[in-house]
Design a binder for this molecule. Structure first.
Ligand SMILES: Cc1ncc(COP(=O)(O)O)c(C=O)c1O
Length: 372
């Protein structure tokens, strides 16, 4: 039996399970799921705990202090949980896309919610939220901004996970596959795993319409992974290959995952399952591939797990095929499941319609997050 002194110690724990790959995949390596979704609230519990404890150590956060963050989901919940367990006030700046389940949990955990109601036509909800966060910081100058996109505490939270995977699988890990939003989980686990298994292949999963890997900004229904800004926590030189998955492919990937394995998960896990099943086909039976599964499916009841929603949006038929289309990095635009090896230079920013986002990020003082 696992026995923990507190919920915080439970959050330091990690779990791997053996997964059946997609039905259409041919036989290959053993596929393992790194169940971040098994943490009390999902993957960001781990990140929140590391951010808070690092800030305690550095003195940025004092007993009884205020933690503030802009988030529309998992990070908000992680901070609210860690704040509740440690006695900090937590202010979350969010927007009307916050789902009812997460909202109820945040309020129950005692978080104060600042829900912005104006969508900025240029910078979107994320922009309006960051502006409100600045205003609140002016009122509470000693409040601690968690800033998950750029803080080194985010990838550092995963150091122990890489080690646990290495120990759990006896060092025989051929590839690690995971989505990228802030970059913390894939790059944190990847960096740690590479110390023990230098040859492990690191495969990123992004959303079609995300700018993270030299693609133009576009509308997306997938949340969690993908981004319209470039966070400082994406460690590009670490990543060998990137896959872009469309909304329908990611969502149908969730349906395949739960029906074949019993794991009821969110869209980023569905996208990862599709890619990791294919990656595993390229290795022998005695090798292992690890897929990072970030969150549970409950809060996606009205979209991914709603047959009406899937039909209305025309996603029901958008099931991923058995292999991706190879494209040229930074040249072709990914529309459905595609992949490209990453040239091991710093990426230049795609020169399409992402420029407005870039200017906006500079206004917010996020230019350090850009790789030029
Ligand atoms: C549900 C979900 N999946 C995947 C990701 C991407 O993970 P990371 O931010 O570690 O890159 C996030 C990030 O917010 C998320 O909330």
């Amino acid at each position: 039996m696992n026995k923990f002194d507190s919920i915080l110690d439970l959050i330091r724990h990690s779990t791997l399970i053996h997964l059946r790959p997609r039905e259409i995949s041919s036989e290959g390596a053993n596929l393992w799921g790194q169940l971040e979704l098994q943490l009390p609230g999902g993957m960001k519990d781990r990140v929140a705990l590391q951010i808070v404890e690092d800030a305690e150590r550095s003195g940025e956060l004092r007993p009884g202090g205020i933690i503030i963050e802009s988030s529309s989901g998992s990070t908000a919940e992680g901070l609210a949980r860690v704040g509740a367990a440690k006695g900090y006030k937590v202010i979350i700046v969010t927007d009307p896309r916050l789902d009812e389940i997460t909202k109820a949990k945040l309020l129950a955990l005692g978080a104060e919610l600042e829900i912005v109601d104006r969508l900025d036509p240029v910078t979107g909800w994320q922009g309006t939220r960051l502006q409100r966060l600045r205003e609140i910081m002016e009122k509470h100058p000693r409040a601690f901004w968690a800033c998950q996109y750029d803080t080194p505490s985010n990838p550092a939270a995963y150091d122990r996970v890489g080690k646990a995977i290495y120990e759990g699988l006896g060092g025989n890990v051929a590839a690690l596959v995971g989505t990228v939003g802030t970059g913390g989980s894939l790059c944190g686990i990847g960096r740690s795993l590479r110390k023990y298994v230098p040859g492990v292949k690191i495969v990123a999963v992004d959303a079609v319409g995300s700018v993270l890997f030299n693609q133009p900004n576009g509308k997306r229904l997938q949340s969690g992974h993908g981004n319209s800004l470039l966070p400082g926590n994406v460690n590009y030189p670490l990543i060998d290959e990137v896959h872009w998955v469309s909304d329908g492919e990611a969502f149908n990937g969730c349906l395949e995952l739960v029906r074949r394995t019993g794991v009821f998960a969110g869209g980023s896990s569905g996208a990862t399952y599709v890619v990791a099943s294919w990656v595993a086909e390229h290795y022998d039976k005695d090798q292992q591939v690890v897929a990072i599964l970030p969150d549970r499916g409950d809060r996606y009841y009205a979209n991914i797990y709603s047959p009406e929603f899937m039909r209305e949006k025309g996603l029901s038929e958008e099931v991923a095929g058995s292999y991706p289309t190879p494209i040229r990095y930074g040249v072709d635009v990914a529309k459905r499941w595609s992949y490209a090896p990453i040239p091991h230079a710093q990426p230049s920013v795609y020169t399409g319609d992402v420029s407005t986002t870039e200017e906006f990020a500079r206004d917010l003082g996020l230019e350090a997050a850009y790789v030029s």
